[in-house]
Design a protein around this ligand. Structure first.
Ligand code: FMN
Length: 200
């Protein structure tokens, strides 16, 4: 799995929920619909179906900025570096991102090394602005429900040089399919996906 060698805007859509076709997957589908046009190429990866082991803090990446663990994260690193846009969707689990999402983010320590230790560029393209969108839901109505997850997303985006272009977050979405009762959420996800690729 990799982006084609075209001039199209490369959009990486990351599904971080272990529940297939659940609420965040539905939001992600809508955002992808909004982002898809003749000028864009969208790759959707489903983290729960990939083989991604957790960062071991072995420091194996320190000399090179390349992770020594040979699993699906190798191709995700390439796609993360090639992408012009990123859409990352994760429900809230215990006030944070899902384990699948956090595991993928932690494995970007190799890219942190590339940027801050080796002083090498993370994005493959030197020109062009990289932008990202965060989609999330949670079952409860806590006011600060998305703050811890957002702090992690912001840190992840900073390292990978994506600016946070938007966020679509909905509280009190718990049962599978609950999000379908909120057409305004689906519309917001669609519009956010559209704006993510339309604005330079
Ligand atoms: C392990 C686990 C932990 C959860 N923790 C929280 C939580 O801390 N706060 C919350 O509001 N909802 C929590 N939820 C509820 C989910 O966020 C909610 O069911 C969501 O709709 C799942 O999204 P999905 O359908 O995309 O997987 C948790 C669910 C699970 C399975």
């Amino acid at each position: 799995m990799d982006f084609g060698k075209t001039d199209k805007l490369k959009v990486l859509a990351i599904s971080g929920s272990p529940r297939r076709n659940g609420n965040t997957d539905t939001l992600l589908e809508k955002a992808i619909e909004g982002a898809l046009n003749e000028k864009t190429e969208v790759i959707n990866i489903i983290l729960s179906e990939l083989n991604i082991s957790p960062c071991r803090h072995c420091d194996g990446c320190l000399p090179t900025g390349v992770c020594v663990i040979d699993d699906d994260m190798q191709q995700i690193h390439r796609m993360l570096r090639a992408a012009d846009r990123i859409i990352i969707a994760s429900p809230i689990f215990f006030m944070g991102l899902t384990a699948q999402t956090k595991t993928m983010i932690d494995r970007c320590q190799a890219l942190w090394v590339l940027k801050y230790v080796l002083k090498l560029p993370v994005p493959y393209k030197s020109n062009g602005k990289r932008k990202g969108l965060f989609l999330s839901v949670g079952g409860t109505g806590f006011t600060k429900l998305f703050e811890p997850a957002l702090a992690t997303i912001k840190s992840f985006f900073t390292v990978l040089e994506f600016s946070l272009d938007g966020q679509v977050t909905y509280r009190r979405i718990d049962e599978k399919g609950d999000i379908l009762k909120h057409p305004e959420a689906l519309q917001e996800a669609y519009v956010s996906g559209h704006q993510l690729v339309e604005n330079p």
